[in-house]
Ligand binder design. Sequence first.
Ligand code: ADP
Ligand code: ZN
Ligand code: ZN
Length: 786
Amino acid sequence: MFAEIALRNSLFEPFTYRVPEHLKSVLKEGFAVYVPVRRQVQVGFVTSLSEKNSSGVSEERLRDIIDIFPLNPVFDRNMFQLLMWASDYYIEPPGSMLFSAVPSGIFKLSNFKVRLNYEDSREEVIGLSRLFKKKGNYKISMLDLFRRLSDGTAQLFVEEADRDQGSVVELSGEVDEEEIRRVSEKYPVIDEILEYLRLKRVLPLYEVLSMLRDKRILRYLYKSNIIRIKSGDLRASSYAVEEGRVIELNEEQLNALKSIERIRESGFGVHYLYGVTGSGKTEIYLRAAKGVLNSGKSVLFLVPEIGLTPQSIYRIRSSLMCDVAVLHSGLYEKERIQEYLRIKNGEVKVVVGARSAIFAPLRNVGMIVVDEEHDTAYKQEESPRYNGRDMAIKRGQIEGCVVVLGSATPSIQSIYSIKTGKFSESRLTIRANNKPLPEIDIVSLSRSKAEDDDVEGLPFYISDELYRALIDTINNNNKAILMLNRRGFNTFILCTSCGYVFKCPDCDIHLVYHRQREMLLCHYCGYNQRLPDICPNCSSLSISKFGFGTEQVEETIKRLIPSSRTVRLDRDSVSNMYDLENAISRFSKGDANILIGTQMVAKGHHFPDVTLVGVILADMSLSVPDFRVQERLLQLLMQVAGRAGRGSESGKVIIQTFNPFEPAIVATKSGNMDEYASIELVRRKNLFYPPFSRIILIRSRSEDAKKAEEVLMIFKNALSGLKRSEVLGPVKSPIERIKKEFRYQLLIKTVEINRVRNTLKNLIPDVYKLHHKVRVSIDVDPLNML
Ligand code: ADP
Ligand code: ZN
Ligand code: ZN
């Protein structure tokens, strides 16, 4: 018997090994095994088993699999199928795909302890690595252990984490308010935790940890004697229901819930919840989840990492009244493994996590929810470049369960899937609290500035309207958020008289200005032109280069409005989570009344007293060379607009732009994506962009620019003659150089995705071999075109 084994490397071809006698009846696809690789032992995954040796190497020269990894199957059939599909779909070597789906450290025996139950009901606990070192004494083989783990006469656990299992946290009672204030200034997330502790009195330690995300804070609280940690398993009692709050669903919500349940009963299907923020989408996910749990199945919730707030986790836990595994990027290796084991052993039936939670080893999945479906955070921008949302749909198909996608600003891709009947849809049009949506004003920056009541001394990027609204807001003791959606590029070119921006005539992509050469360049097809002095649209001489940022806006505001107290939020002013929490808490506590920042200000936070949101220059993100910029801009504008008027007073949004008729900007007024989507879909169709084609972006980088370009030519030539396809490039990437390496890219648009995929797969091994100094990456369904 022979097994194909995928190793942790970037090869597409698996290695063939002989299956030794003692493993023949146990091994299955998706199992992890130890194999010899040159003079080492490595872990690999069985990708196929066969009686025939089809490796092309004679049987005598093949080597034997050494042993089985005890914790198997690492992937059950469904998960294995999903990962092999992903490997194929994303043109990702199987080994790389499979290894990225398990927590790191899972193959490190020293991470585990094992409890062995003997027939005479004796128990023994020993470190896994010691178990095998002491072969003589224990007489247990990997295969024995595998069998015992399978039949329940042995259990694996993670030592350190296990100690926390029974511990609970409570307030010490000797709370020094001054000290708490001091601590929570440093770590504002503490306020929330303390609030829950006051409400519940105790919380399991691991829950507090997963809310705090960082052991250091816990230690801090403990050392400052704010909390006490003691033993006692109070899991169940900590899920007391929210104080007597029974929510009655409105009609729209009931219909949505019914639709989801109908699909759930029949098997696989994708349902889209399109509802404005606050319309009760989460409420519906939770109701549907209850039904799933009652039927004995499990639930997977995907949220963008930024959505994994203590609040949201707490809401899920208390609403479902059960234990929830939270998978976020802040987990330590052992914690991650522990969560993995809890999920795998069926101890938890609800998993909440960011995109990689799609790999959670949940069994018997009854529903997968992808909240904020449009969020680009679902796409992994490094290998493997999968999209968690799309994988969720595939997983749902394999598991035969319902997949619920939700957003207030659906992606064009999803709108198309709804229109073509691939997804069913429910709409939620009213906010659950009946608050009206904020009023949105689109202010043109390019109109002539010579009216009598004009405020003097304002720079072009602060309109009279915005200035006056800011003054009003501050005078009324309310707060404002100003956003400058600067992204990627510092310099962008625009006619300040008519708003004209330069686009590639073939790709409809914004041209990027290259300072050294005074050229405008298309980063898809290479089209270029000189930067003219005269605007091609209105013949004025008002073509301007902009390169201003949030810092400048902040200074201007301080100067113009001396009574303002500003706080800035961008990557320069905050470099970690605590800076971020700090800036946010300064603003929410009222130390500052104007929050100025990049798109970071648009997400996540709830500030009830913000009544004004100003977008300084909406056009700014339009200069990014990406065919999805308009779609993203609309989503961003809607999101930031949603920050206004969440409290008792209604909100106002001012969007400043040189392109007041840009459909993506106009659409923010109604908040309805439909009209915009129909315009955008026509544009996409004409230009052969997704969803009317599939795209693959091949990037290369090398210290040798010529080589980097040559490699892409090989791909291009191999794809020539392909029907219903376009191959654009190779061109320099918008970010031409990173460190010492030159970057090039080739864009493939096609409807023959399988042919392209096969061609690429056949080519890759040779290309890698011949051009090992060039690094090539393949991005299927890329979201980031830079
Ligand atoms: P979304 O996920 O769409 O932003 P949520 O589900 O978070 O909306 O709902 C917003 C708020 O309204 C929450 O506080 C929620 O508890 C509340 N809510 C949702 N549905 C109802 C309802 N039918 N009646 C009263 N309150 C509701
Ligand atoms: Zn012009
Ligand atoms: Zn072009």
